[in-house]
Design a binder for this molecule. Sequence first.
Ligand code: CA
Length: 221
Amino acid sequence: MARILIVEDEARIASFVAKGLRADGHTTTVVGDGPDGLDEALSGGFDLMVLDIGLPRMDGFELLDQLRSQGSRMPVIVLTARDSVTDTVTALEGGADDYMAKPFRFAELLARVRLRLRQHSAGTPLDDALEAAGVRLDLRTRRATVGGRDVDLSAREFALAEIFMRNRGNVLSREQLLDQVWGFDFDPGSNVVDVYVGYLRRKLGADTVETVRGMGYRFRG
Ligand code: CA
């Protein structure tokens, strides 16, 4: 599938991420400091990079800055400590496509990796925001608003809302949603999709997501 570069100096996290991505069929290369990470990223041998911010010799912000200034459009998912989300928003402005706050569940990272790879290979320009039915998702800062008011969505709720809005007007089956948002670690009999659709309706508006009997769900708009 894809060749993924992991730039992370904490061996435990690097191996956890690498192992999971390999189980999903990708090949992985792990690099533990900034300058080596930049060299690898510029080699052209990778489809996506998972990038830690706190790195020896050159931090993730500078790496990203140099990567973009040398013209690379490789999708980058930044890993950051949960208390540095403000810094991360800066990173997004500096050219990251997405971020995960540590600690994170692997399934959430995998959902982001799959989404970024799909967009990149489809040549779809990375949208800054999605808007429909009064709902706006800012894909860089991961903020959601309804009628201009902030709504607090979890990472998973945001991912689900994003899939719905990218496919608005189309029916998505539970299996499609499970695969795209949860990845391989949920069994198909799980009702987790229905539970999360309930959360989204409560937060985004009861009629934003329509149930299509026997088929799945559809985002209005
Ligand atoms: Ca680190």
